[in-house]
Design a protein around this ligand. Structure first.
Ligand code: ATP
Ligand code: MG
Length: 369
């Protein structure tokens, strides 16, 4: 059913064997399984243990041999998860669990760690992410038993996103953003019922318990993917910003410049997009059209971080910010303080003024092209 290279297969066989020995089950689940079913190269390897993931990896580590090198990098006791490197490959182990959302959009309360896999699948976002494949070893051959209570495998081919129950977007509206991510990464589309549920949710979102950190984290992941511009526009056009605000403080026509600015100012694309959405500068600080000198431009921007310059350019189409970054920011006066002292200038204001004057002359001699 799946196509793994030899190194992966060796590890998965050992995992299946160990699970069998311990009388528990180990599964592929979520994104990893979805990507396999879509025939896409897997990004990260997650294994779900129907029981205690920490006990499982500790047991695995005790079996270390010439064929198996298990390095437990970290464990998280509260959720019973473990990060490992096995034979040089990063593998995350999680325990099955259930989740409750006491308030719309809040961080979930975790319960029943080690619960049956079907209960774990119920907490997940879309049917295509709520499939598990149990790892089995049959005569030294890897076999898989698909656990697909929501028929997610039927939604894979038509690339349809369906949540598992009607309250799902109310419980966690960041699922809408995750859906947008899947739309532009893999060509998924919200199913008709989901489009309706999303519209209804956005009519009267309850923001009282909303975890804005979770919203930002989900957006950050979304914008780090290839289609940041399209996702940004989609969020605006479909009023998805209503998850966190009644009106958007960002505009569609910034999209291209936001995209360009991350390259121009050597800044992570996701940070530029996120800043535009949440921290748009109130008013333009640019001097464009004022016929300002290079020195004035330099003074205006010298304390700006790259991300602030990027934002200034994207939001206000401020070409001075680009000129500053590309041509002015690293300019130094032709003469140093020590040389000026040798020439008789006194330490303090006199020296500072002269250095500034030299810098001003140098900066103003730089041409825009
Ligand atoms: P990718 O990592 O390729 O972006 P993914 O589906 O693996 O996609 P992760 O954030 O790694 O995304 O999440 C792993 C799994 O955890 C998902 O497949 C899904 O089953 C579940 N999950 C993640 N976020 C949520 C959420 N907000 N609500 C419900 N389930 C979630
Ligand atoms: Mg993942």
């Amino acid at each position: 059913m799946f196509n793994f290279n030899k190194e992966f297969e060796t590890i998965f066989k050992i995992v299946a064997q160990n699970a069998d020995k311990l009388g528990i089950s180990a599964y592929f689940v979520g994104g990893m399984l979805r990507d396999q079913l879509m025939g896409i190269k897997i990004k990260d390897i997650d294994i779900l243990i129907e029981g205690s993931a920490i006990d499982f990896v500790q047991n695995l580590a005790s079996l270390s041999s010439s064929e198996l090198n298990v390095d437990i990098k970290s464990v998280h006791d509260a959720f019973n998860t473990a990060k490992t490197v096995i034979n040089g490959i990063e593998i995350d182990f999680a325990s099955t669990r259930e989740e409750d959302y006491p308030k719309s959009g809040c961080l979930p309360v975790v319960k029943n760690i080690g619960c049956p896999v079907e209960c774990d699948l119920k907490r997940r976002d879309f049917t295509v992410n709520a499939i598990a494949a149990r790892l089995l070893l049959d005569k030294n051959e890897l076999k898989y038993e698909l656990i697909d209570p929501f028929n997610g495998s039927e939604d894979i081919k038509p690339r349809t996103l369906r949540v598992l129950h009607e309250k799902s977007y109310i419980d966690d509206p960041t699922r809408i953003l995750r859906g947008v991510d899947f739309k532009y990464r893999f060509n998924f589309n919200f199913g008709e019922a989901d489009k309706f549920l999303i519209k209804e949710y956005l009519k009267s979102p309850d923001r009282e318990g909303l975890s804005i950190d979770r919203v930002k984290l989900t957006l950050k992941k979304l914008f780090s993917n290839v289609n940041a511009k399209e996702s940004y526009k989609y969020i605006l056009e479909n009023e998805i910003y209503k998850i966190w605000s009644d009106t958007p403080a960002f505009k569609a026509d910034w999209a291209q410049r936001l995209y360009d600015s991350s390259k121009i100012f050597n800044t992570a694309k996701e940070d530029v997009f996120l800043k535009a959405i949440f921290e748009c500068p109130d008013k333009a600080v640019n001097l464009q059209g004022v016929n300002s000198s290079n020195y004035e431009i330099y003074k205006l921007y010298k304390n700006f971080k790259n991300i602030d310059l990027a934002s200034q350019y994207a939001v206000y189409n401020d070409c001075d910010a680009v000129f500053y970054y590309k041509k002015l920011k690293d300019i130094k006066p032709d003469i140093t303080g020590d040389e000026l002292i040798k020439q008789g200038f006194k330490q303090g204001k006199e020296l500072g003024d002269e250095l500034s004057r030299c810098l001003e002359i140098k900066l103003n001699s730089i041409s825009r092209d």
